[in-house]
Structures are given as structure tokens and as C-alpha cells.
Design a protein around this ligand. Structure first.
Ligand code: NCD
Length: 329
């Protein structure tokens, strides 16, 4: 008999699998709720590999993708996810919106809400902005990345990629490497992977290491080789220069010499270590091209594939209550 204590990813008897109105972060989710979303995503991986990729469970619903910050893969992924589920998907780019005319975030929220969307997917440059909107509108809100705070669907797609490639997440030794300080991807991944029982390490230069990061249940390394030792998964992060004050990194060349993932360095990790990167990649700065493109080692394109499936699962689950699905009202 499995118990919640020995299997943190098993839903305890009588518990609702996902009792949340929004997905603003991994923070606050129980391990079994994270595992539930991953399980739900599996059916969409299968559908997305079929010749005809369509399900109409969101037919008649309006999905607004409100992106106040640049995005290529996340926006496209949410758009494809919504369309494959039959939703009417509308993209709002801040550059073309009234935000540029000085409208406040709350006024934008009120405006979007008045159009009666059934779900809002939002990306914003400020940490906490997505929660602010979630508190003001009548429909579910999904965080597609807010400032340095969280990027929950990225962590879910990374977890799904690891689970499929390695068979499990519990006990995997995962090194998240690079610009941890500015990374919402790192934060959401730390929360999700530790919740699911992985041994998580963070590797960064001292200037890019968040203070007291150990409080999140990870081990911190400033020496890349030591941090990689025996790792099953090596997750590289982009140097997020747009969020940096100057002087945190001496030069791109020096950064690559100390913290860039090369084939030689990867030998410190487990022989079958999986290489991951959320994209966009800076080739030759945090990762060498031959590693990024090595299909035996790199799961980078698989991460993108899993992203669509995970987002379909989140869109489906969050709209169940509104659609009156039994057990979700
Ligand atoms: C990440 C993001 O926007 O936080 N990218 C993504 O969503 N795939 C990481 C990054 O920008 O480096």
C-alpha cells in the first residue's frame, strides 16, 4: 500500500488532484499535484505525435496570451497548445498594446476581463505581476514567466522530459548551472524537482548565486567541475544579461572558460548524463555547440516538444471548473 509519505508523488486518498484556480507558480503545489499535471501531459505527447493533432475540449473558449515581455518558444507553445485543444486563441503583445500609452497593469486586467476570456496566459517582466492579475480577473490565469520569480510550465516540461528519459525524478542528481540569480526557470525547477525527490545542485559564479539558496533544499557549488560530479542531469541556463547590472560577469570568454559546458567537462557527470537548456541558447557562452546538438546527450528539442504537451495539460485542467467537468465544480 503506497502512502503519501513514502511516495510523495501519489495523491493521498480523498485529496483533489488539483484544487487550484490559477497556476502562478510551483510554489504552493503539493508533489502529487505536480505529478498529476505530468501524468495528464502524457496523453498530449501521444496526440501531438499523431497525424491529426486535434481535440475539441476547449471549443468555444477564448484564451488570451498576454505577453508583456519578449518570447518565441513559450508564446508559440501556448498558442499551439490552445489551438490543438480547440480554443480561440488571441495573442496580445505589449509592444502593440495600450501599455505603451501608459495604461496601468490593473487597467489592462480590467479591460481583458471585460472581454470575458476563459483563460489568460501571462508573461510579465515584474515578479508578482501575474498574481496581481489573477487576483483581479474572473478566469484562471497561467504564469508564462514573471520577472525573476517563476516559470511553472518550464519546470513542468523539464520534469516531464527528465521523467520520460530517466524513468523517474526521485533520486536523480540534477545540476542547474549558470545564471541562477536572475533565473525564474531555476527557481521553478528547484521547487518542482526537490518536491519530486530529486537531489538538486546549483552551480554558479558567486556573483550569480542567490543568497541563502540552500534554504530551497539545494546544494550550492561555485566550482563547476565539483558541481557536475556524478550528475544524471545537467541543466544549463542562459546568461540573462538583460536583467543584469554591469560587472557581474568579467567577459563572455572567461565565463565560458569557467562555466561553459563542453564535452570535456561533461565527463565529470554520470556517463549517461542528460543535457538540458530552456532556450534561447547562447552558443559558446554557456554551452558548446557540439554538446547542444548531440542528440544522444542533449534533450533540448525534446524539452520544446514536452512544452506543448504540458501546456495542453495545464489549459485543460485549469478550465475544467469553468467547463463544468464532473468533480471540478
Ligand atoms: C526562459 C525564460 O523566458 O524565462 N526561456 C523560456 O521560457 N524558454 C529562459 C531565458 O529567457 O533564458
Amino acid at each position: 500500500m503506497s502512502s503519501a509519505a513514502s511516495h510523495p508523488a501519489a495523491t493521498p486518498e480523498g485529496a483533489h488532484p488539483f484544487p487550484h484556480g490559477h497556476l502562478t507558480g510551483i510554489d504552493g503545489l503539493q508533489p502529487w499535484e505536480i505529478a498529476f499535471l505530468l501524468d495528464e501531459a502524457e496523453q498530449w505527447v501521444a496526440l501531438n505525435r499523431a497525424a491529426t493533432k486535434h481535440d475539441d475540449r476547449l471549443a468555444g473558449l477564448t484564451q488570451i496570451n498576454a505577453f508583456f515581455e519578449n518570447s518565441t518558444r513559450t508564446l508559440l507553445s501556448f498558442e499551439i497548445a490552445g489551438k490543438r485543444l480547440g480554443a480561440d486563441v488571441v495573442n496580445m503583445h505589449a509592444a502593440q498594446s495600450s501599455v505603451k500609452k501608459g495604461e496601468t497593469l490593473l487597467d489592462t486586467a480590467i479591460t481583458l476581463n471585460a472581454m470575458r476570456p476563459d483563460i489568460i496566459v501571462m508573461r510579465h517582466g515584474s515578479s508578482g505581476a501575474v498574481q496581481l492579475i489573477a487576483d483581479k480577473v474572473d478566469c484562471p490565469v497561467l504564469n508564462a514567466g514573471d520577472g525573476w520569480h517563476e516559470h511553472p510550465t518550464q519546470a513542468l516540461l523539464d520534469a516531464l522530459t527528465i521523467r520520460r528519459r530517466k524513468g523517474a525524478i526521485a533520486k536523480q542528481r540534477v545540476a542547474i548551472c549558470g545564471d541562477i540569480l536572475h533565473s525564474r526557470v531555476a527557481r521553478s525547477n528547484i521547487l518542482a524537482l526537490t518536491a519530486l525527490g530529486a537531489e538538486v545542485r546549483v552551480v554558479a559564479p558567486p556573483t550569480l548565486m542567490p543568497p541563502a539558496v540552500e534554504r530551497l533544499g539545494v546544494t550550492a557549488f561555485t566550482d563547476f567541475d565539483a558541481g557536475l560530479d556524478g550528475c544524471d542531469v545537467v541543466m544549463m541556463l542562459r546568461l540573462q544579461t538583460e536583467r543584469m547590472k554591469s560587472g557581474l560577469v568579467p567577459s563572455a570568454r572567461e565565463y565560458f572558460a569557467l562555466y561553459g559546458l563542453t564535452r570535456e567537462r561533461l565527463e565529470k557527470a554520470a556517463p549517461d548524463a542528460l543535457v538540458m537548456h530552456p532556450g534561447p541558447m547562447n552558443r559558446g557562452i554557456e554551452i558548446a555547440s557540439d554538446i547542444a546538438d548531440d542528440l544522444d546527450r542533449s534533450a533540448i528539442t525534446e524539452q520544446v516538444e514536452m512544452g506543448v504537451a504540458v501546456r495542453m495539460a495545464c489549459l485543460d485542467v485549469l478550465t475544467r471548473k469553468g467547463r463544468g467537468v464532473e468533480g471540478w465544480v
